[in-house]
Design a protein around this ligand. Structure first.
Ligand code: ADP
Ligand code: MG
Length: 572
């Protein structure tokens, strides 16, 4: 129906808005970056949809973003001729928080302003950051391809009686795309200046690919003052950052660009930028974020690498460009070889894309290696941060990426009996470096928690002999050990499985004693076995234990005890 409607925000939106306005106030300038970033995304989306529907351009293929201000009305306006939004899209995108992890997010808030501001940033402030500087926001929009009569006007005030409500009504709108008008709060008038807005654009949005335009301001000799002309000029570089030579790009440019492509409010942890030549020609600029997004565990969540062909945006979240275990990587790949009208279907089976993915995977793994193996404390620290945030995801790669298995294994970090703390800092190479003379295997124990692993009776003989054991307590560790049976020629062996063969580490005298005991207690063992019946396969005398009287051991080829428990919990 073509009438105005007043709707209420989701409770979460209200809560988020309130928190955001208060927590991010000291960083209020980011609103412009966020709105320009959205305008740019909207242009990208139009370009993508128009690949097989050129009429969406409606005769105007010059995508651009404009920033205007009005001193009298005290407004700042951001306009784009991108994809625009239908009524339903306005309600879905501006009236709700569709992100997964919303509940977890609210659960993590502490009430401490600084910490919460950080969390809000991680969650993504996006469009709502407009309310940091505005107490009323009006959106005029029309989706490309819809008739002019299906324009939409959305408005929301954050003060007065209607705070927490928004209105939505149909309007006539000839131009496609979106215009966002910010009615500034008291005290924000410094934003009503060409100079101020331009400086914010060059500080935060210089790297945006589309031209960002503002009206020209010039000195008028007659009036003896600055006057605004009715003519627009481009105020950003409007060139693809990744296509520029590395030595011409400042650190800050890389960081600013990351915030846009990564939809992140924080700085990236590290990045790699390279031009690849040869059979496939492409440029890659790939970032590792400093923190995990809220939807990291959603394996179907969008992937963060954008695909360009010769600097023309093709698609977002091209899942084919990164393996699942590197789904936290953000950035762009720009191919010189793919056809401009490449479709999702073509991508699915493209050999070129496979080659690009392999190249990108290698690059990211090499970047991680360089952090992990760096002699610089700051870089090492970065790797520790990376491991804390993404280690569990990287572990999936051991079973997923056969070609890079050894490399990924080298990047893994574990807790072990060496330090006996839950900190995951031990690499397999560290472990091998500390192996006892005569030791030829890497020993590990898996359990539900770190403490359960650390206190496992299976460790007794290892502790006694001073042999290090990896203490694994992530769910995914069962997957890791199931897929990684060897590293650097050394077998990985569970201390809780099979007859424990310590090889050269075994003490001949002890072994003799055990054999003697087995003989001596033969009858007792038979009795125990008989009374335990079906529940056990065998009862044996062991060298495993020094203090505990008995422990359960899984057979060599059976499921480990911990895995059996996980599967049972999962109902299998
Ligand atoms: P994000 O950009 O991370 O998706 P935002 O809060 O910034 O989150 O924006 C929410 C959504 O609103 C966007 O995903 C998009 O669908 C929609 N949106 C915002 N601004 C625009 C715009 N200028 N044109 C079209 N859609 C927009
Ligand atoms: Mg956004």
């Amino acid at each position: 129906t073509a009438t105005a409607q007043t709707l209420n925000f989701q409770a979460e939106v209200k809560q988020l808005l309130h928190l955001m306005i208060h927590s991010l106030y000291s960083n209020r300038e980011i609103f412009l970056r966020e709105l320009i970033s959205n305008a740019s995304d909207a242009c990208d989306k139009l370009r993508f949809e128009a690949l097989d529907k050129a009429e969406l351009f409606e005769g105007d293929g010059e995508l651009k973003i404009r920033v205007d201000f009005d001193k009298d009305a005290r407004t700042v306006t951001i306009t784009d001729n991108g994809i625009g939004m239908s009524r339903d899209e306005v309600v879905a995108n501006l009236g709700t928080i569709a992100k997964s992890g919303t509940r977890e997010f609210f659960g993590q808030l502490t009430g401490d302003q600084q910490k919460d501001a950080h969390l809000i940033g991680q969650f993504g402030v996006g469009f709502y950051s407009a309310f940091i500087v505005a107490d009323k926001v009006t959106v005029h929009t029309r989706r490309a391809g819809l008739p002019a009569a299906e324009g939409v006007r959305w408005e929301c005030a954050m003060s007065g009686d209607t705070a927490g409500e928004y209105s939505i009504e149909p309007i006539e709108r000839a131009e496609r795309g979106t215009r966002i008008t910010l009615h500034l709060r008291e005290g924000q008038d410094d934003l009503l200046s060409s100079w101020k807005l331009k400086s914010l654009i060059s500080k935060y949005s210089d790297h945006i690919v589309q031209p960002i335009q503002m009206k020209k301001e010039e000195w008028d000799e007659e009036k003896k003052e600055q006057v605004v002309r009715d003519e627009y000029e481009t105020v950003n570089q409007a060139s693809a950052l990744w296509a520029r030579p590395r030595n011409e790009i400042a650190e800050d440019d890389y960081k600013a660009f990351y915030k846009h492509v990564g939809h992140d409010y924080d700085e990236p942890l590290a990045w790699t930028h390279a031009r690849v030549e040869g059979r496939q020609e492409y440029t890659q600029l790939l970032y590792v974020p400093a923190h995990a997004p809220f939807d990291l565990w959603d394996r179907n969540a969008r992937h963060g690498v954008k695909l360009y062909v010769k600097r023309v945006f093709i698609m977002d979240d091209a899942e084919k460009l990164m393996p699942t275990y590197l789904r936290f990587v953000r950035g762009v790949v720009d191919s010189a070889d793919l056809p401009l009208n490449v479709s999702r279907e073509i991508l699915q089976e493209s050999k070129d894309i496979d080659a690009i993915r392999q190249g990108c995977t290698k690059k990211v793994l090499a970047l991680l290696e360089s952090l992990a193996n760096s002699d610089e404390a700051a870089e090492k620290e970065k790797y520790a941060t990376f491991w804390k945030e993404f280690g569990k995801v990287l572990k999936e790669g051991v079973g997923e990426d056969f070609a890079n298995k050894e490399k990924i294994a080298g990047l893994l970090r574990f807790a072990s009996t060496h330090a006996d703390t839950p900190d995951e800092t031990v690499s397999l190479a560290d472990y091998i470096g500390r192996m006892k003379e005569g030791q030829d295997k890497i020993y590990y124990v898996t359990a539900e928690t770190f403490n359960a692993a650390r206190n496992s009776p299976h460790l007794e003989v290892f502790r006694k002999k001073g042999i290090e054991v990896l203490l694994l307590s992530d769910r995914v560790d069962e997957w890791v050990t199931g897929n990684l049976t060897e590293f650097d020629g050394k077998q990985l062996v569970s201390v809780a499985k099979g007859g424990l063969d310590l090889g050269a580490l075994e003490d001949e005298a002890e072994k003799k004693e055990a054999e003697k005991a087995a003989d001596e207690y033969k009858e007792l063992l038979e009795k125990m076995k008989a009374s335990l019946g079906e529940r056990v396969k065998d009862v044996q005398v062991t060298l495993r234990l020094t203090d505990s009287p008995a422990c359960l051991v899984a057979d060599e080829h059976d499921l480990g005890m911990n895995l059996a428990r996980i599967l049972k919990a999962a109902g299998q």
